[in-house]
Ligand binder design. Structure first.
Ligand SMILES: Nc1ncnc2c1ncn2[C@@H]1O[C@H](COP(=O)(O)OP(=O)(O)OP(=O)(O)O)[C@@H](O)[C@H]1O
Length: 257
């Protein structure tokens, strides 16, 4: 299968805490990370707290730039792409964040929240409105949800709003960073099944980032294990889980039992 979104030899570091801006020491957050996701595939990225998952998610969606390495979308290096091409590609790669409470602006209506990613796209207002209602229907929220505020919804419903916002640009890949971690287990299952259903209906690819192996097992075709900023193991989800090769994988399995 050819890669839809690919990371090649990504490195990222931050100034060590307490070091000055002059001659500061650096802490490595990601080191030589390479991975890809194919069309209609879900790649799970699992790792313990501090292993670099959120940083990697933000690099994959272009929110932060890697220090080294490159991100390719359909084979095109996003660094080389000119502004117009980047503008065309950006809607194809969307992100869902962990905390539905914190990620949704409480002062905005659901319509404003879901519409926000469309601002950069040259669409008529009517088309934008159509897309918002279509995205809400996609996540099984009623049309009148558009005029309400996030606080009027449960945690699971708020996460549906976040998913609708990601879907509204009709992306081909969604990076989900701990997308169900803030939800109770039964709501997690409902949201994961919704994501699986959306994948089938829209041919989506997911990069699904979580510390929770049970969640990753439910949703991912393949898995990459991140440990201290490095991918230490990768393969089909069940074979990695049934025959872990690295101590970090075994630790995550033990923690999920
Ligand atoms: N901007 C930053 N400034 C300082 N340290 C950072 C920054 N970004 C990341 N780090 C550090 O890099 C490491 C990895 O962080 P990251 O948030 O990517 O990990 P994570 O696997 O998502 O962890 P968690 O599950 O706890 O959120 C952590 O030690 C974190 O403190």
């Amino acid at each position: 299968m050819s890669a839809l979104l690919e990371a090649k030899n990504i490195a990222y570091s931050v100034p060590e805490r307490g070091s000055s801006v002059f001659g500061s020491r650096k802490k490595t957050v990601l080191q030589d990370v390479s991975l890809h996701v194919a069309e209609r595939e879900t790649l799970g990225i699992v790792g313990s707290s501090g292993s670099g998952k959120s940083t990697l998610s933000r690099i994959l969606t272009g929110l932060i730039r890697p220090e080294k390495g490159k991100i390719l979308f359909q084979g095109q290096d996003l660094r080389d792409a000119n502004r117009q091409v980047r503008k065309d590609i950006r809607p194809s790669i969307q992100m869902i964040f962990q905390d539905p409470q914190g990620a949704l602006d409480p002062r905005q209506t659901v319509r404003q929240i879901v519409k926000e990613p469309l601002h950069q796209m040259a669409l008529s207002n009517d088309e934008k409105e159509r897309r918002v209602l279509e995205a809400l229907a996609d996540v099984a929220l009623p049309q009148d949800a558009a005029d309400r505020y996030p606080r009027m919804f449960s945690g699971g419903q708020r996460q549906r709003i976040a998913i609708a916002r990601a879907l509204v640009t009709r992306p081909s890949v969604i990076v989900a960073d701990e997308a169900v971690s803030a939800l109770d287990v039964s709501t997690q299952a409902v949201v994961l099944n919704l994501l699986l259903d959306l994948q089938k209906r829209h041919g989506l690819s997911y990069i699904f980032v979580s510390h929770d192996l049970a969640v990753i097992r439910h949703i991912s075709h393949r898995v990459a294990v991140l440990d201290e900023g490095k991918i230490v193991e990768t393969g089909p989800t069940l074979s990695v889980m049934d025959h872990p090769q690295h101590a970090a994988t075994q630790d995550l399995i033990d923690a999920s039992l």
